[in-house]
Every structure is written in C-alpha cells, then in structure tokens.
Write a new protein. Structure first.
Length: 120
C-alpha cells in the first residue's frame, strides 16, 4: 500500500464547466466530489443563539465551492488508473482524444477496502 493525498482539488472557470467535467468523468466511471460547502453557509449556523454570528461574506470560499471538485485519491490507485483518469480529462478538453476502456470495474476500490477490513 502507498500513501495517497487526502484530496486532489481541481478548479474550473465556473460552476457550469465544473458540473460538465464531473458529468463527463462520471460517464466514464470516475467518481468525484465537489469542494466542501463553506462552513459559514451551513444551515446549522442559523439556529438559536448563532443567528447573525455568521453573517459574513467570504467571497473566495463561496467561489471555490462553486468551481472546485476533487479527483479520486486513495492508496489503491495504480499508474494505469491515473493514466485513465488523465485520458478522460484530456478527452473532455480535446474531444478527438481517444479514451480506452476503464482498467477497473465499478466499485473495485470498495471491494479492496472490504478485503483489508475483513482480514484485520
């Protein structure tokens, strides 16, 4: 097993491009996640004694939440997986680029994690 970064963030020009790229990746079996929602906008901050405390504007965090997402990172990824992810991203920006078959079946990482948990 190899160490992997917790997240690998990508930022796009706008939300429309982010969502389109995420849809493209999902269509090729690649799971992604949006950047975290800004804490100061979380509904939990608008109840009881907290009302008004978080009435601040944090334009950078609000913008990043709209345009950013995370690519998959975990210790089970191999070079072939990252090459596939890169080829899918390249094909999004250069539609003439070929995307080969996914080197993995859907849900493979969860199965690998389950094996480790069952063995321990």
């Amino acid at each position: 097993q190899v160490d992997a970064p917790w997240v690998f963030g990508v930022e796009t020009r706008d939300r429309k491009n982010r969502d389109a790229l995420r849809d493209h990746l999902a269509a090729h079996g690649i799971e992604t996640r949006n950047y975290f929602y800004p804490l100061h906008l979380e509904p939990v901050n608008f109840y009881g004694d907290d009302v008004g405390i978080y009435d601040v504007e944090l334009p950078h965090s609000e913008h990043l939440a709209q345009v950013g997402f995370y690519l998959p990172t975990h210790s089970f990824l191999e070079r072939v997986d990252t090459q596939y992810i890169c080829s899918v991203i390249k094909a999004y920006f250069q539609p003439a680029s070929a995307v080969g078959e996914s080197p993995r079946n859907k849900g493979w990482a969860d199965k690998e994690r389950s094996k480790i948990l069952q063995a321990s």
